[in-house]
Design a protein around this ligand. Structure first.
Ligand code: PHE
Ligand code: ZN
Length: 863
């Protein structure tokens, strides 16, 4: 059976309002795997108990499976039929039964990387969201929780290591085979099942929990990679301690295993006691991983670990509740990373990501609330909205009630729903009850899509100043009219000349479509610091002159607000320039210069603050995006800042880089600032810049400096560029994760031949559609390169559509992820609109398209 035939092309829309509790529960499952790379026999024994009042058949979902045998209570059973790809077993009047189904699957031909698949000789599983049904017939819905017993048997030489969830309770040998029996005492939904078999080495460690239990930790990787697992192991131990300290949550098994695999659709997966990771989020050493990579490892290890409580112990009732586990868990990993490093810098990074990935989603054809009302393919809903906006919604609740009351709320949530499949409403109710706050209006964040906008203005009466707020929530597909949201807004107000006292940090709750907030007495118009710390995930429209923004960038006592003020100053300048007005470079140059005076004490913050807004974010501020003008004006401002502050950039580069092994936030910040300085210097066109970049590239003692220098060279047109790319390739051609960077820096290049370069790189012998990381490193990077992707002749669009069409039959999940950039057509001029829509239409005209791509492309075309 081919993969294409297992995914029906006729889109069926599933609605949240249609939820019905399961007819049958499955308290226990025994699985028996006879492992083989291209034929694995799966025997499943489900103990089922009827929950429905009247007799009703048992519906077991399947995807690409054929039942080889069906037995009920040990007897061969004929009372079954197929309904499409699902199996329906008629159990007559029975209230309970043991239903056994045998199937045979072919992991080697599973290119979707969902279900049981082979990755470089290894067998591994990915079951979220609906992959378990590709392994065996099962209801495969998250509200059916079972205790699993898993027996796996296979050739000792091919599969020396056999892992599954829970604890290994028995093992033995049979000729050239061996077997292992794993038992997971915790009931879990099928999406958390996991199995791994293959040749792996382990980095072992242990952690003693707060109640004194010893947990054995294992990180399993391919031979030769074990030396690159230290950072992940440290992150795991730090996460375990953090969840005890901050949430009072202890780990609940004797074993915690992580396996790293090279072929993976996402970042990682929180399977109970057996997390499976993309190698990208496990392997790190200074020679091959950048500081950003290190932080990614730490954050994702924490994220998956935290799911043990927010996701596994309390799971989701149905997939419409996905943000229940993902939003909360992202919020938890964000705070963990903030605690491990610099909180303001982490906040800046998280907000930058939200604005880059989520705001455009919320403003486009694929906008959906964090709790969607309907979907066709759930894989399409692992979005920045569910994850990152979902985290912001949790953060707002925490901000409104403060840390102690928030903890009371989460304690109540875990107490109430431990062992259950819960809903977003259950979470909100627990915070409401535990923290003592009325979240009635706040619930709209779960229902309404779109980024709220606050239009602000200041008014004065008798020396007393007040802030007027007008709130609007824009229409989104299927939601033409919106109600105002409840949100926490942190603000402060300063007298720039010191003539009045400041209004210190204040938390106000905005609820209305219009609202007025008293700021107090000021002799002159105060400088308003608003949405400090990004207390609400919104867009603020507020006219402020360059003088006020520069003052805030220098003096605001909230570092995030300082960052925002400088970014706004840069944005205003760039938007003016792109719209043909004169952008005043001088104010930006002075503010950047002023910010650089803090470089020695807080290089990490300074590096973030002096970075120009991305081309895409500049585009988001415009009625119609002009990618070429944005590129031109951004480069012009970069060159102007580079030239005006050249001595400062050179001074930063003249110092030596912190040793690559030093991972303190100060050292990371120092390296980041050097990267930024090099980019500014190169933007001036200084004759010695390529040579300097090449020297940094060559002398670098680690990947952060090396990659930053390579990326800078890749924008240019020098002999050093050619040399560095070649040296890098030769040195790292056997390291897939580093080779990804080689593809990526070329696809990110600001050169005007980048689309052609990407086209050529797709033909490179090291390029493959079989590996999602490689696909993302080339094509994903291109879609993030605004002026290249939107090249006026449509070549970028064509390239992406060709990729979607070629990849869909192999890996629909990863293919569908490439469509949203084509769906933003409304934001561009008519010529580009027509070209983008034509590519979406060309995709939709393909026969046998997956449900994933069909949903994304058809919704994107509607606009
Ligand atoms: N649940 C995973 C996470 O957020 C993401 C994931 C989804 C991984 C689907 C694989 C497949 O941690
Ligand atoms: Zn997650």
């Amino acid at each position: 059976m081919t993969d294409a035939s297992s995914t029906p092309a006729i889109p069926v829309t599933i609605h949240r309002s249609d939820y019905r509790a399961p007819d049958w529960s499955i308290p226990d499952i025994a699985l028996d795997f006879a492992l083989g790379i291209d034929a694995t026999k799966v025997g499943a024994a489900l103990s089922v108990v009827r929950q429905a009042d009247a007799p009703v058949p048992l519906l077991l979902r399947g995807d690409g499976l054929t039942p080889a045998a069906v037995r009920v209570d040990g007897e061969v059973w004929n009372g079954w039929r197929m309904d499409g790809s699902d199996l329906i077993v008629d159990l007559g009047e029975r209230n309970a039964a043991t239903v056994e189904v045998d199937t045979v699957i072919d992991p080697a031909s599973n290119t979707q990387l969902s279900g049981l698949y082979a990755s470089g000789g290894l067998l591994c599983t990915q079951c979220e969201a609906e992959g378990f049904r590709r392994i065996t017939f099962h209801p495969d819905r998250p509200d059916v929780l079972s205790r699993y017993k898993v027996r796996m048997q296979g050739d000792k030489a091919a599969f020396p290591i056999l892992l599954s969830n829970g604890n290994c309770v028995d093992q033995g040998e049979e000729g050239s085979d061996h077997w292992a029996l794993w038992e997971d005492p915790w009931p879990k939904p099928s999406y958390l099942f996991a199995l791994v078999a293959g040749d792996l080495v382990v980095n072992k460690d242990s952690f003693t929990t707060m109640s004194g239990r010893e947990v054995e930790l294992g990180i399993w990787v391919r031979g030769g990679d074990q030396d690159r697992t230290g950072h992940a192991m440290q992150a795991l131990k730090d996460s375990m301690a953090w969840d005890e300290r901050v949430y009072g949550r202890e780990y609940d098994l004797d074993l915690f295993n992580i396996v790293a695999v090279s072929d993976f659709n996402m970042g990682a997966m929180e399977n109970k006691g057996l997390n499976i990771f993309n190698t990208r989020y496990i392997l790190a050493d200074p020679d091959t991983a950048t500081d950003v990579d290190y932080d990614g490892v730490e954050g994702v290890v924490a994220h998956e670990y935290f799911h043990n409580w927010s996701g596994n112990r309390v799971t989701c009732r149905d997939w419409f509740q996905l943000s229940l586990k993902e939003g909360f868990t992202v919020f938890r990993d964000q705070n963990f990373s903030a605690d491990m490093g610099s909180p303001p810098v982490k906040r800046i990074e998280d907000v930058r990501l939200l604005r880059a990935a989520q705001f455009p989603e919320d403003a486009g054809p694929l906008a959906h609330p964090i709790r969607p009302d309907s979907f066709q393919e759930i894989s399409n809903f692992y979005t920045a909205t569910i994850y990152n906006k979902g985290a912001e919604i949790i953060r707002m609740m925490a901000t409104m009630v403060g840390p102690e009351r928030f903890r009371n709320g989460t304690d109540l949530y875990f107490d109430r729903h431990d062992g259950e499949a819960a809903t977003c409403e259950d979470f909100v109710k627990a915070i409401e009850d535990g923290a003592g706050i009325d979240l009635g209006q706040f619930r709209r964040w779960y229902e309404q899509a779109g980024t709220p906008r606050l239009k602000l203005s200041l008014a004065e009466e008798g020396g007393v100043w007040s802030l007027n707020i007008v709130q609007t929530v824009p229409p989104t597909p299927g939601q033409p009219g919106k109600q105002p949201m409840m949100m926490p807004l942190r603000l402060a107000a300063f007298a720039m000349d010191g003539s009045s006292d400041a209004l210190a940090d204040t938390l106000v709750t905005v609820t209305g479509a219009t609202q007025r907030i008293a700021l107090g007495k000021f002799a002159a118009r105060p400088a308003l610091s608003v949405n400090r710390g990004f207390s609400a995930p919104i867009i603020v429209d507020f006219e402020r002159g360059p003088g006020e923004l520069a003052w805030l960038a220098a003096h605001d006592d909230d570092p995030f607000a300082r960052y925002e003020a400088l970014q706004q100053l840069m944005l205003d300048t760039l938007v003016a320039a792109v719209s043909g007005k004169t952008g005043d470079h001088q104010a930006v140059i002075e503010a950047v210069g002023q910010t650089l005076t803090g470089a020695a004490s807080d290089p990490a913050f300074v590096a973030e603050a002096v970075l120009l807004p991305s081309e895409a974010f500049i585009g988001d501020q415009m009625v119609t995006v002009d990618p070429d003008a944005i590129r031109r004006e951004r480069l012009a401002l970069q060159a102007a800042i580079g030239a005006a502050l050249e001595t400062k950039w050179r001074a930063i580069l003249a110092g030596s880089a912190p040793p690559a092994t030093d991972l303190s936030s100060k050292a990371k910040g120092g390296r980041r600032l050097r990267g930024v300085a090099l980019a500014y210097l190169a933007a001036t066109g200084a004759g010695d810049a390529p040579a300097l970049a090449f020297r940094i590239f060559s002398d670098a003692d680690g990947m952060t400096e090396r990659q930053a220098a390579l990326a800078t060279l890749a924008h240019g047109d020098s002999d050093e560029r050619v040399a560095a790319l070649d040296i890098f390739y030769q040195r790292y051609r056997d390291n897939p994760l580093v080779l990804d960077k080689w593809f990526q820096v070329q696809a990110w290049s600001l050169r005007d031949d980048t689309v052609d370069a990407v086209k050529a790189l797709a033909q490179h012998p090291d390029f493959t559609l079989a590996n999602p990381n490689r696909v993302r490193s080339l094509y994903g990077a291109l879609t993030g390169n605004q002026a290249a992707f939107h090249q006026a002749d449509g070549a970028g669009y064509r390239l992406i559509a060709d990729l979607v069409i070629a990849l869909d039959p192999k890996n629909p999940q990863t293919s569908a992820k490439m469509i949203p950039p084509l769906g933003r057509w409304k934001r561009f001029d008519e010529g580009r609109q027509a070209l983008m829509k034509a590519e979406l239409e060309r995709i939709l005209a393909q026969p046998g398209l997956s449900r994933d791509v069909t949903e994304q492309a058809s919704k994107s075309l509607l606009g």
